[in-house]
Design a protein. Sequence first.
Length: 274
Amino acid sequence: MLQLRGQTLLFIIGQEFHIRLELDEFLSSLPRSIVTGEAVSLPDNVVRRIFKFAKLKKNDVFYHLGCGEGNAVKIAAKEFGVKKSVGIELDKATAAKARKQIAGIKTAEIVNIDITKANISDATVLLFWFNDPEMIDAMKDRFKILKQGARVITIWAPLGMTLPDKIDFPFFVSKKPFKRARSIRQQIKAIYNTDCIDFAAAWLLAERYIDALEVVPGEYRRFVNILQGMVIWINAWNMGVACEDEVPPPVQTYVGILKTFFSIDLTSIIKAQK
Ligand SMILES: C[S@@+](CC[C@H](N)C(=O)[O-])C[C@H]1O[C@@H](n2cnc3c(N)ncnc32)[C@H](O)[C@@H]1O
């Protein structure tokens, strides 16, 4: 159940999303690592898919920022044969586990340091899966030292307000020099090929995210899909990029179900007016 909750919460913590009131209470009952999604790691198959999508090659220098137990670092080195594969991990015990994973692989290493302080200047491909806006801001600054052509892979959203070079939602590759989107609408257009997000699009995006990450157990899929779909739509509404002029009936219904049967009250975060 915790795993499901971890996933669920991970979905909730979108970039522009602020959790308040009742939802806060719900979240505070869970361990911190679960709430932030830190305990969620990418399955090996998803890592392989991401690497193929980013065209990870032998001459690449790969960094996984926040590498967890190091499976991506190992796969990059062993299966994709990159020149150098580095995992940066803040948590000491997790970094130790990651070191065990890559033991004997000469081209791989784990550095136990904060990613905001790590030397990543030789990186050509970086996997950066963080949705915390403060962290994204801090790293955007740090990415200034990257060489032209370096590719940053993000999950769920592109890197801040950049226009990604490659998209296979929920995976994004942004290449240096990063192209800046002039507005959220332009970014949405570039990513989803649409001017606005309606209920159906929000639902579909939630579904694609769940499918792509392969971490939500089958029996919870429906619930997570509903919750995340609502969160995506509400985000779009609050940012003024929902297609609808008023909260559509399916959103009202699902938000009602979540409130009544799961004590998750999303009503307070739907902005009153568009
Ligand atoms: C890659 S993050 C994934 C975060 C989450 N899935 C999300 O959506 O934001 C998970 C890993 O990053 C590590 N981590 C968190 N903050 C870090 C930091 N400042 N520097 C290095 N590693 C960090 C955690 O210990 C954890 O192993």
